[in-house]
Write a protein that binds this ligand. Sequence first.
Ligand code: SAM
Length: 209
Amino acid sequence: MMKFDAQKYRQTDQRFTPVYQQIADQILSATGKTSGVCVDLGCGPGGLGKALLDKSDLFVHFFDQSVEMLEQVDEKMSAAGTHWRSSIICGDIACIDLADASVDLAVSRGSIFFWEDLEAAFREIERILASGGWGYIGGGFGSRQLKEEITSQMNADPDNIKGDFRNKIKRNLGPESRERFEKALQRSGIGNYSIVQNEDIGLWIQIRK
Ligand code: SAM
């Protein structure tokens, strides 16, 4: 299991604020899901789920395997007074503690690259989605310009991340990831999905139930 340094990720979370805003707009516009129940899978400190919550009437479950990350979500919800429209769930993506067909919108940004059992994860996402529900899972920075700005900042900050961030992103959002995801989607038996991949939005799997 990949361990993230939740305290270091605080800084990343702040740096990524415009990214979460942009991606939340893209998700709401692509799916039309502005009410009902959403889950942010591998939410980290919760930037994307919080942006969706702010821009819609969605109730948001924040799901992550890291207690330290979820403590930051809790702080965010307290500061914003949005506990009543959210819940916090600790667990592994391969076994999500949510009822069948209970979610209208399952989102995830930047987490799929660390999932050990992709097939199990996709089966779980399919299981929790309600009829008419959407999954929007992948990685990206919202726009080419934001990607450039953030990769430059991250590369200039060796304290923040090990290795070359630009290369890591190129690999994560490149054709090999797409192929790996596609194989796992097929093996998991998910019927209705498409993959969107380009320099502007990144690499996203869209699942329809
Ligand atoms: N979604 C956030 C964002 O966009 O900033 C956080 C991304 S961070 C790079 C990846 C997150 O996925 C971490 O918080 C990590 O704990 C979580 N994660 C990785 N594998 C997981 C798994 N199998 N089950 C649940 N969470 C997982």
